[in-house]
Design a protein. Sequence first.
Length: 348
Amino acid sequence: MKIAISTDKFQRSGGMERYVFDLVQGLIQKQITPSVFAMKISPEFSSLCPTYKIMQFPITQLRYGFFNLNLQKKLQKDQKLICVNLVDNADILICCGNHLGFLRATKRKPTLKDKMIIKRGICAYKTAKKIIAHSAKTANELQEFYKIDKNKIFTIYPPVDSANFYILSNEKRQELRKKFGFKDNENILLFPSANHNLKGLDLIIEVVQSIQKNLKNPIKIAVCGKKPANANDLIINLGFIKNMSEVYNAVDFTILASIYEVFGLVGVESVLCGTKTIFATTCGCTEIIKDSDGLFFDRNKPETLVNSLFLADKMKSQNTHKITNPKDYIAYNPELSYHIDRLLELID
């Protein structure tokens, strides 16, 4: 089977780029080498499979339409198309979010660029043979906003390669805490983010500052991503980390207060590394992470985040904050091979 994958970027960046990398790796493990079409391709990734760069059109409003037209010309007739961006005639369109849902969540008025993206999305969803939604929340939004037939939509949660995310020994964890400069008495909350505002950093800082003096273990927020957060006494800027498994193991909890989060792969990665999550229920992954500790919160009710942080403080003090049985916390099979099998079943 010949498979083409269409994406905006084929390089190390956020969760979407990591998902595309996993798709390629998973297909190769099944003896299928895909071709990847993208606007940005890193030399590191181009060695994995055949890659084709489509020029990034300089006018932002027309960029995605230009990409779509050029992709359609370059595709071979016998190639099956899996796309994670808004292009037409996909055999499988992976929906990792939709623009109308994003605009409603962020309460933004649509710009010309937004309107062009929405128009492109309508066409892409209409012409796709099948659509995979990365969460039930997304599947519902596609039906609500775009009037897509529910029989065309399949909810399949994204994979995590358990070979890269797993629990380390307590001794190794202590070594990593020293490496990152974390103190034993500090409750380190990992904030993995490419967009601090969208992920709710301001809310987290505001709530932590309001309760810090009442906590047994002072909180530090370890920000992980290419963009540093504004420095204050709560923030530890880690920068961009390639080996995220080390950070997940070193911290005490992972936290997100996202305004809009289709899934949030970092939640599953964190759990697989034995680290519990303090997540807003706006994150799609809260659909499948079992919140037996009551750490999830409503970002529209800051008092619920206060309660979660006090619970986390108590767990840290009692040394009950780490997970020893991660797969009992995840209500789906996150293995990459299982995810690829599901895709191949749908594409035939």
